[in-house]
Structures are given as structure tokens and as C-alpha cells.
Design a protein around this ligand. Sequence first.
Ligand code: 5GP
Ligand code: ZN
Length: 114
Amino acid sequence: MSDCLFCAIVAGDIPADIVHRDDDAVAFRDIDPQAPVHILVIPTSHHANATELAAADPAAAGGLLALAGSIAESEGIADSGYRIVTNTGEGAGQSVHHVHFHLLGGRDLQWPPG
Ligand code: 5GP
Ligand code: ZN
């Protein structure tokens, strides 16, 4: 999608600190990290949110969750614990309308979230 920030990161038009890239997904460090590890895991194809992705391509949605788990392993937060979050809609804090899973860890995480 032409005016989408994360499509521009997928295309390489906007730089990012990329930790994983394949044909289906890109993972990169959040520009404003909320934890010592804060990585965004996104599909290379544009979908507005996780529900739309799951409806259009359930295998891709599952693949992103599996990828987030494997990045948690490689980032060393799998044993201490981590959170995978996807905000949907502006009232929930979604600011970029290209589906992304936040992978957060490396510190104690409060529950419930704010
Ligand atoms: P949301 O608020 O939609 O759940 O999450 C969007 C995330 O994208 C935020 O955590 C924000 O810090 C991050 N973000 C926004 N612009 C950029 C950018 O240009 N580069 C990177 N790496 N992260 C960004
Ligand atoms: Zn996009």
C-alpha cells in the first residue's frame, strides 16, 4: 500500500533495524522501545490488523506467531517470559494500520496492561 509506513520498511524505502526477513515476514526493532527487547513482527503483505490477516490468510497469521516465538528464543527472552501484543483500532492504541505483533521482553511485564 503506497502510503503505509510498514510497507515502506518491507520495501527497504525506510530504514529499520531488521532482525529477520523472509518472503512472508519482516521483524525489526521498534523505534521507541517499551522494553529491553521490543520487536515488531509483520507480514510482507498489507493487512490492516490481525483479524483481517487471519481472515485472509490464517497460515500467515500462525506463521507470524511462530516467528515471534523463535525470535524470543534468539533474543534470549524465551525462558524469562515475553508478551506478544497486537493492538487493533485507535482506542486500543493502534497507530500503524499494517498488522504487527509487538514482541516485548527483558523486564518484568505488568498485568493487566494499561
Ligand atoms: P501500534 O501503536 O500501532 O500498536 O504500534 C506501532 C509501533 O510502531 C509503535 O510502537 C512505534 O514506536 C513503532 N514505529 C512507528 N514508526 C516507526 C518507524 O519508523 N520505525 C520503527 N522501527 N518503528 C516505528
Ligand atoms: Zn502496509
